[in-house]
Design a protein around this ligand. Structure first.
Ligand SMILES: [Zn+2]
Length: 340
């Protein structure tokens, strides 16, 4: 045949785009039982990967190796899709399927994970760095970034202003389990707090691949790809968050108000009673199952804003609530056992 492919059913075939006529090494990878040949350039491989260099130390002409068209053939045992994905990413970086990491990728097989595993195996740092960079760009590293989609922070006092957009902002964040697995692989640790938090507030009975993209009320995750350590972190962290919300310091508020500062003692007394009842009402069974402590604390912040408090008590209480929120965020890595 003109292209050199074997026409028999099980003979090797050329990869449609990764078979360069001037390539000086051929990889043979099984694709559903059939060898597929990738003819590539040693120079490119050596440039991107330290460990490919070992493979490339094979002499160009050697009787010990299988040769094809004067070029040595190396059989690779890696999964076809992943190997082709990695080689493709070397020649055309834009083909790296980073959109698997995004908020609403199409459902279906995730290829970035297998490519990432191979990039690690063959020490292709450029690919690992691109994955890390993308994860860091789409996952919030700070409370400010996390809440940004929900509302805004006042810059001076640092607490959350009211009239927040209640626009299901958790959906602004991508699926967390894949992010966790990849972040662990590529060392993008700054995304782990937010990703584990997002996992903790997901519905454990709904799998990402089974939920419809338009089901905006359900927070799902790819539960099946978590490993044992992830599960331990998830379980302990989730329990910790549920308990933590009970510790919001509202009970001692009256004692903390300096005498003479409150502008309406009767009104504020009854308002704080109502606020406490509201807080207790949020500690229901649903909360323990998906303990969205950030969301609930922001709701409380809004309740304070809605009325009943004097000009002194309102901002004072909002600062208490905001500092609580900040402490929770700062402690997330500890809550999920991510500190080393
Ligand atoms: Zn007051």
């Amino acid at each position: 045949m003109a292209d050199g492919s074997d026409s028999s059913d099980n003979g090797p075939i050329h990869h449609p785009s990764l078979y360069f006529p001037d390539g000086d090494i051929i990889f043979s990878v099984l694709n559903e039982g059939r060898p597929t040949l990738l003819r590539v350039h040693r120079l490119v491989l050596a440039h991107f990967s330290l460990s490919f260099r070992d493979i490339l130390s094979i002499p160009s002409h050697s009787e010990a190796n299988e040769m094809k068209e004067g070029v040595p053939v190396v059989s690779m045992l890696d999964p076809y899709i992943d190997f082709v994905g990695l080689i493709n990413a070397l020649y055309s970086p834009e083909t790296l399927p980073l959109r698997d990491l995004e908020r609403r990728p199409n459902r279906g097989p995730v290829t970035i994970r297998g490519i990432c595993a191979l990039a690690k195996k063959y020490q292709v740092d450029s690919v690992l760095k691109r994955i890390a960079g993308r994860l860091e760009a789409i996952w919030p590293a700070t409370l400010r970034q996390y809440v940004a989609a929900r509302g805004t922070f006042t810059s001076d006092v640092g607490y959350v202003v009211s009239h927040l957009m209640w626009a299901r902002v958790e959906h602004a964040h991508p699926e967390p389990a894949l992010a966790i697995r990849l972040a662990m692989e590529v060392g993008a640790r700054s995304v782990l707090s937010a990703a584990f938090y997002r996992l903790a507030i997901s519905d454990p009975s709904v799998d990402w691949d089974d939920s419809e993209p338009e089901e905006m009320d359900t927070l799902s995750a790819r539960w099946g790809i978590l490993d044992q350590t992830d599960w331990t972190r998830y379980n302990y962290g989730k329990d910790d968050l549920a308990i933590r919300f009970q510790e919001l310091p509202l009970d001692t508020y009256e004692q903390e108000v300096p005498s003479g500062r409150c502008g309406d003692e009767d009104g504020c007394f009854s308002a704080i009673k109502k606020l406490r009842a509201f807080h207790r009402g949020q500690l229901n069974i649903g909360f323990a199952r998906q303990p969205d402590i950030i969301g609930r604390t922001l709701t409380l912040h809004e309740e304070i804003d809605k009325g009943g408090f004097c000009f002194y008590c309102k901002p004072t209480l909002q600062v208490i609530v905001s500092s609580f929120l900040k402490d929770v965020w700062d402690d997330l890595s500890e809550i999920f056992g991510l500190t080393e």
